[in-house]
Ligand binder design. Structure first.
Ligand SMILES: [Zn+2]
Length: 335
């Protein structure tokens, strides 16, 4: 099966109350760790590439590795551009074989966001020269830092704007801001409380906004960015082995699980993979200072990534075992 767009995935995810994991990929071990986990769990995948990842790894390398992942696993996989910031970048990805793109005009005025998103949608949905490419837009801004996307303070999505935005632009899915945040330091300590172990507990997500958006857009797939949970297990391993990540904090998984049963069909996870990767490498070198073969320490990084992703697929996203129903839906839609 070729790489697919996100239509069949979101159709099934919405109907059956789960979400597809959208994992950021930057190199071979990350891709392999994610795909090994999804293969064992028979789960669909969105593998996403940011502008920073394209600059780091070269888009052709990443694309060919994602194509290899599909070939090796036979899983339903979408190759998605994360945070496209211009029509030209989105067009270049579409022309190069991506099956889904995000155009993030959330830093622009509302009118300019609509105009830019509409332009990308018109190109992506025109099937003269390429298959139908799904487009994700964004309303509201997330705080935090992710590659080249950085906002000191976020602003919640305004539910009263969503019908107008979706109608005018024709987007296939919408990323909204309900209190998630990019990076491994999603909240300042003063925004949080602490539990009995002294670990920061962030303010709860704004489910009232998600509900208001879903009421206005019944059946429409919603996307959450900045949804890593920052597992304290990894933060502790990093800090115990020479790292320095005080007060790293993420979104509690129970809240993400709840969102996945609602209209949220795509949950973006990046920082948790980075933490697993770093914890694996730091621990490896602390235990084996004599090692210098990258396969040894990158192998540990890959094993941690696989562990993180398995946990997400089964315990958070609810999409384990759903690969077959998505392939069936895809075949039905593309008869
Ligand atoms: Zn994002």
């Amino acid at each position: 099966m070729p790489l697919m767009n996100t239509k069949a995935m979101f159709d099934q995810a919405y109907k059956h109350g789960y979400a597809i994991g959208a994992f950021n990929v930057n190199n071979m071990e990350i891709i392999q760790g994610i795909v090994e986990a999804a293969t064992e769990e028979k789960a669909p995948l969105i593998l996403q590439v940011s502008k920073g990842a394209r600059n780091y790894a070269n888009p052709v390398y990443l694309q060919k590795m994602v194509e290899a992942a599909e070939k090796v696993s036979g899983l339903p996989i979408a190759l998605h551009l994360d945070h496209g910031d211009s029509f030209e970048l989105c067009k270049s990805c579409i022309d190069g074989g991506f099956t889904s793109v995000m155009i993030d005009g959330s830093a622009l005025s509302y009118e300019d966001n609509v105009a830019l998103t509409k332009k990308v949608v018109e190109y992506a949905h025109d099937t003269t020269n390429h298959p139908y490419i799904t487009v994700e837009g964004e309303l509201g801004t997330l705080a935090g830092i992710e590659d080249e996307v950085s906002h000191a303070v976020g602003s919640y999505t305004r539910p009263e704007e969503v019908i107008d935005f979706v109608t005018k632009t024709g987007v296939d899915s919408l990323a909204i801001a309900i209190g998630t945040s990019h990076g491994a330091y999603k909240f300042k300590p003063e925004q949080c409380t602490r539990d009995e172990n002294g670990v920061l507990v962030p303010p709860p997500l704004r489910f009232d906004i998600l509900e208001a958006v879903s009421e206005k857009l019944p059946g429409f797939p919603i996307v959450l960015h900045g949804s890593s949970s920052v597992p304290q297990e990894f933060v502790q391993i990093i800090n115990a082995n020479g790292g320095k990540m005080p007060d790293a904090v993420g979104i509690p998984e129970a809240q993400l699980r709840k969102a996945a049963t609602m209209s949220v069909c795509k949950i973006n996870i990046d920082s948790d993979l980075r933490l697993g990767c770093t914890a694996g490498i730091r621990k490896h070198f602390a235990e084996h200072p004599e090692h210098f073969d990258p396969r040894q320490y990158l192998g540990d990084a890959r094993a941690n990534i696989k562990k993180v992703v398995k946990h997400k697929l089964t315990e958070v996203l609810g999409c384990a075992g759903k690969a077959d129903e998505i392939i069936a839906k895809y075949n039905e839609m593309n008869k």
